[in-house]
Design a protein around this ligand. Structure first.
Ligand SMILES: [Zn+2]
Length: 586
């Protein structure tokens, strides 16, 4: 076995290969430098031995037994009379591990965490305890990253709804550059002030970040993130669609109720509620009524709401609300929960009308389609179909059958939740399945307002996808003309933040790269089992191995080419538009 020691002035005295490889080494340099004053000295005071662990070789851990020397310092004024010789290429003073072993442990820790790094290391023959690894991570010097020009800010939850931090990414390079333990204006503002090179900041719609940027980096252009914009728009549209769907449901319900009257007080099956449930609700209502009467009586006696609250054990706010209502507080019946069977109802109904009334057969068909609910739920639903069909059988007249069938025709929109309907609006039409396209078509025909909302959403998404922010004013005007209430809050938000929105719809920057990094942060945080402290978490989040940096750079290069292409295409469009404009004038 040949051992290469790339160290000058160190000689190998002996090699012992067993479970462990033990190398005995000796330093041979004629002189050493005093660490205090830097004077060279050749006067040896004594010898001693240092033991160092090194990276493993041929699967065995290596231990170095170093014979080193102490020297007298020649400088009479130096406080350090005697010094031990240093081996700066091999190890730090007083360390028990070589530099390269420390670096390996640090990398292990940064990638996998303290305990996991220690476990994995011991398997690989590079042993170090969890505490050693954490200490090495904390000691690591970080090279200052190049001054950023384009950054993105996003918040992340230390503890949901309680404590939030801020992750800052360099969007040009695509990696995180800092982690702040808070998202408060002062902290973000201070950070931005320390980085005057910043020209562009991408962020979500939060007013906190907006004001922090305004104060800390007034020179920077703010970009409202496109993803967050679209998310806010979906929330508005979803409200409108929910209202529409409720309308249809009410109409259907009214139809069903008429049918029920005709069928002379037949039990209503669509939302089966047990007698016990109904009784509970009646009891609750009676109790509330009694309480309300008690409160009004006390109030009429001239008692203040605070005293009433003390006497009845209710909160003062509730009492004031009840009194201001001036009538019996109304207890709403509970809304039916969505059932596993709901998405399959359309199918069941169509099979029923085709004449398949065999429960077992229908169940096996549903199971094949992926139904995971109970058998009882299927039968319960089939029961609701039964009465009308039975009466059909008795009547037997073909025309009556047709009429009832069309009356009973199932509106597929009834199976859609508001969220599913919203999703239909926002996905690219070419990605929709046939049934989804059909549902979308039906939805748009429901009401002119729904169609209008769809058109507005389409226009907005076009701006987002093609980054044609110059159409924003036209879009805002179109929304104004539509008088759609649902868009009001969204438009107000856009108006208040218009410059940033415009930048978001025009510039290539977005918080896209941040989303991935926030996910990575969450993963790291969880892998530390809640013991994550800010400094350690920051080290791990900001750590990127050389390989991953290279990969990023390669990817970024491709993206730049892509962006350039998009830019030139956009210019082409602009050019065409101006030429048609000119030709019109001409
Ligand atoms: Zn000295």
């Amino acid at each position: 076995m040949i051992i290469f020691l790339d160290l000058p002035d160190v000689e190998v005295e002996g090699v012992e290969v067993a479970e462990e490889i033990i190398l005995t080494l000796r330093t041979v340099s004629p002189m050493a430098l005093c660490p205090s004053c830097g004077t060279a000295s050749s006067r040896i005071q004594s010898h001693y031995t240092r033991t160092l662990r090194d990276l493993p070789s041929i699967g065995r851990p290596i231990r170095l037994i170093m014979h080193v020397r102490r020297f007298f310092c020649k400088k009479s004024t130096c406080a350090q009379k005697i010094f031990g010789e240093r081996l700066p290429d091999l190890c730090r003073p007083h360390a028990q591990r070589t530099k390269r072993l420390q670096e390996a442990l640090r990398q292990l820790g940064l990638t996998t965490g303290g305990q996991a790094g220690a476990d994995l290391g011991s398997e690989l023959g590079i042993s170090g305890s969890r505490d050693t690894i954490l200490r090495l991570i904390r000691q690591s010097e970080q090279s200052a990253p190049p001054e950023p020009h384009v950054i993105g800010l996003d918040d992340w939850a230390w503890k949901r709804r309680q404590r939030y931090g801020t992750l800052i990414c360099d969007l040009e390079r695509g990696w995180p550059i800092d982690l702040l333990p808070d998202r408060a204006v002062e902290m973000v503002e201070a950070w931005l002030r320390d980085h005057p090179s910043i020209d562009v900041v991408s962020r979500d719609g939060s007013s906190e970040y907006a004001s922090a940027i305004k104060k800390g980096a007034p020179q920077a252009r703010q970009v409202s993130d496109r993803w967050h914009l679209v998310k806010n728009l979906t929330a508005c549209v979803s409200v409108q669609l929910a209202q529409c769907l409720t309308q249809i449901r009410r109409t259907e319900q009214a139809k069903a109720d008429i049918g029920k009257d005709e069928q002379s007080s037949r039990q209503h099956y669509s939302h089966p509620r047990t007698r016990a449930e109904r009784r509970t609700q009646q009891a609750r209502q009676a109790e509330r009524l009694a309480r309300y009467e008690h409160i009004t009586a006390l109030f009429q006696q001239g008692m203040k709401s605070a005293d009433i609250a003390a006497q009845t054990g209710m909160t003062e706010r509730t009492i004031r609300r009840w009194l201001s209502r001036g009538d019996i507080p109304y207890s709403r019946p509970r809304r039916p929960r969505p059932r596993l069977i709901d998405p399959y109802k359309t199918y069941l109904l169509s099979r029923w009308h085709q004449g398949c009334h065999n429960g077992t057969q229908l169940e096996s068909e549903l199971r094949a389609k992926g139904y995971k609910g109970s058998q009882r739920a299927i039968y319960r639903y089939l029961e609701t179909l039964e009465p009308s069909t039975r009466s059909l059988g008795k009547k037997g007249s073909a025309s009556a059958m047709k009429q009832t069938a069309s009356e009973k025709e199932f509106n597929p929109l009834l199976t859609l939740s508001a969220q599913q309907a919203t999703w239909l609006f926002f996905r690219r039409p070419e990605n929709l399945k046939k049934e989804e396209l059909a549902s979308l078509q039906l939805l748009r025909q429901l009401h002119p307002q729904v169609e209008m909302a769809y058109q507005l959403v389409e226009m907005f998404l076009q701006m987002v996808r093609k980054r044609t922010g110059e159409q924003l004013d036209d879009w805002l005007a179109a929304v104004q003309a539509s008088h759609l209430e649902a868009f009001e809050s969204f438009v107000t938000g856009v108006q208040q933040d218009k410059d940033a929105v415009l930048a978001g719809l025009t510039l290539p920057w977005s918080n896209g790269p941040l989303e991935g990094n926030v996910n990575r942060l969450k993963l790291l945080k969880r892998s530390m089992y809640g013991r994550a402290e800010v400094d350690l978490l920051k080290f791990r989040v900001l750590h990127h191995s050389k390989k991953s940096q290279e990969r990023k750079k390669k990817k970024q290069g491709q993206q730049v080419i892509h962006l350039k292409k998009a830019e030139s295409m956009k210019n082409g469009v602009n050019f065409q538009r101006t030429t048609t404009g000119i030709s019109k004038v001409a």
